[in-house]
Design a protein around this ligand. Structure first.
Ligand code: NAD
Length: 494
């Protein structure tokens, strides 16, 4: 039985916590480990360590920081398969998906390797006679990263490479459902030469999060998770005077115009709807079919769904289990709700047959969904795809813009002008054009609009560098040597 402990000051803590959580293998349904839960005393101890480490790390040279980052990058790359296996064992996603998320995280490390360039400030000479002004960006102090279950490696890696590169110390509070990837990454940081205490991992639930939110030593929090908790973290963190970015839930629409390439569209709907069992914040959850496209598109999607294999992510399946039994049952309850509300159940994933007691639910498709239904309004976060039929582009746009979430969206069309208009008019933070999931690119910033993000700052890219630093402007006057003072051999003014 695996026992996951906190990682503080460069090693696992020796004692065992009073409260613990169970870790499951979702493909077998069995408990495979326990994870310690931090209380406020543990959080306080971790923050003290991080504060002490910050005092020296912030003064480490850019050259030193970049050397550590490059070493970390190499170690993550070499260990990609091992990290992917840890993710699959606790999350359930298929191995190729798990390896893919490590790659996406690595890209942020690579971005952070360029930190000397990214931290360069501006300089204006002679703003007044003999006066220069320049700007510098400095680290904040200990920062916390609180992450969701669905990307146990990638989401923390959206933040910590940049936080560390800019001179902060970090406390990661990963999801208690799949904590092992963060622990593995902690060991790699140590091997890469990061000083002890700069990167710490504490585990836990609400108690740990609440303690981080009010601790005066924590200067900023990067949170990713569901919208109610994101809002809670934003409100309470800002009340405690912290800088907060809190990324929340999603309901991503894929608008299909009648001129779209339907083979590409159907492939995309399958990948984005059912990849990672729909447990992605950029999953496509709603296909908005602009008539007369719906019948043909649904036929193509249904045909492809029949070929999808649901099963153990280590055994070559296309789609793994859901993360917990509770979550599986919640997603299944939406299928019941959709039927009761009058939607047409085209494919029912509840009948999927997979050996063992895993948390299985097969790909599910609804047609004739309407905006009042809970399967449309709420984030399901599972392999349930809904089709809404609309008559025009305007109706489709209005639907997307009226939704409470604004994380990602896609449009499928062969008309560049229509796509251009959509990218301009849609009220969503990330837009795909003939691309279903605009994946995070490290050098751009990632984040949604409306109830999908609380705070002003998106993740990584230049916004990430700004989030983890604060600006200072220096106005400096150095008197010319001709002015007097110690005679350095310059001609003196009389
Ligand atoms: P969650 O909100 O349940 O948990 C996220 C984090 O908050 C975890 O670390 C958890 O321990 C903690 N937490 C849970 N309940 C809490 C409470 N009551 N008080 C304080 N902290 C609490 O989310 P999840 O189920 O782990 O992840 C799935 C959600 O994350 C989905 O809604 C998904 O859309 C969202 N997500 C969003 C993005 C994005 O970029 N916007 C990316 C990934 C996931």
């Amino acid at each position: 039985m695996n026992h996951v402990k906190h990682w503080i000051n460069g090693s696992e803590v020796s004692d065992t916590a009073e409260r613990q959580g169970d870790i499951y293998n979702p493909a077998t349904g069995h408990i495979t480990g326990k994870v310690d839960f931090a209380d406020s005393a543990r959080i306080d101890a971790a923050v003290k360590v991080a504060a002490q480490a910050f005092d020296s790390w912030r003064h480490s040279s850019l050259t030193k920081r970049v050397q550590v980052l490059f070493a970390f990058r190499e170690l993550v790359n070499v260990n990609k398969e091992k990290i992917a296996a840890l993710i699959t064992a606790e999350h359930g996603k298929v191995l190729s998906d798990a390896a893919g998320e490590v790659t996406r995280g690595l890209e942020v490390v690579e971005f952070a390797c360029g930190i000397p360039h990214l931290l360069k400030g501006g300089f204006s000479e002679e703003v007044s006679t003999g006066v220069d002004v320049y700007s510098i960006r400095q680290p904040l102090g200990p920062v916390a990263i609180i992450s969701p279950f669905n990307f146990p490696a990638m989401v923390p890696m959206w933040f910590f490479p940049i936080a560390i590169a800019t001179g902060n110390s970090v406390i990661v509070k990963p999801s208690e459902k799949d904590p092992s990837a963060a622990m593995f990454l902690a060991k790699l940081w140590k091997e890469a030469g990061l000083p002890d205490g700069v990167f710490n991992v504490v585990h836990g639930d609400k108690e740990a999060v609440d303690a981080l939110l009010v601790h005066p030593g924590i200067k900023a929090v990067s949170f990713v998770g569901s919208t109610p908790i994101a809002r809670y973290v934003y409100e309470n963190g800002t009340k405690a005077g912290k800088r907060i970015q809190a990324l929340g839930g999603a309901k991503n629409h894929m608008v299909v115009l009648p001129d779209a390439d339907l083979e590409l569209t159907a492939d995309s709907a399958i990948n984005a709807g059912f990849g990672s069992a729909g447990e992605r914040c950029m999953a496509i959850s709603v296909v908005v079919a602009v008539e007369p496209v719906a019948d043909e598109l649904i036929a193509k999607i249904t045909k492809r769904m029949a070929g999808l294999k649901t099963g153990d992510g280590t055994q070559g399946a296309d789609m793994g289990p859901l993360v917990t039994k509770v979550h599986r049952d919640k997603v299944a309850s939406y299928i019941e709700a959709g039927m009761k509300a009058g939607a047409t159940l085209v494919v029912d994933g509840r009948g999927v047959e997979v050996a063992g007691d895993g948390f299985w639910l097969g790909p599910t498709l609804f047609d004739n969904v309407t905006p009042e239904m809970s399967i449309y309004k709420e984030e399901i976060f599972g392999p349930v795809l809904s089709v809404i039929r609309v008559k025009s582009y305007d109706e489709a746009l209005n639907l997307v813009n009226s939704h409470m979430y604004g994380n990602g969206t896609a449009i499928f069309t062969n008309d560049g002008g229509a796509a251009r208009r959509y990218q301009n008019e849609v009220e969503v933070g990330m837009v795909g054009i003939n691309v279903p999931i605009p994946v995070p690119m490290a050098y751009f910033s990632f984040g949604g609009w409306k109830n999908s993000l609380f705070g002003d700052s998106h993740a990584h890219g230049t916004e990430g560098v700004q989030f983890f630093t604060r600006g200072k402007v220096v106005t400096s006057r150095w008197l010319d040597p001709s002015h007097g003072g110690i005679n350095l051999g310059f001609p003196q003014n009389s």
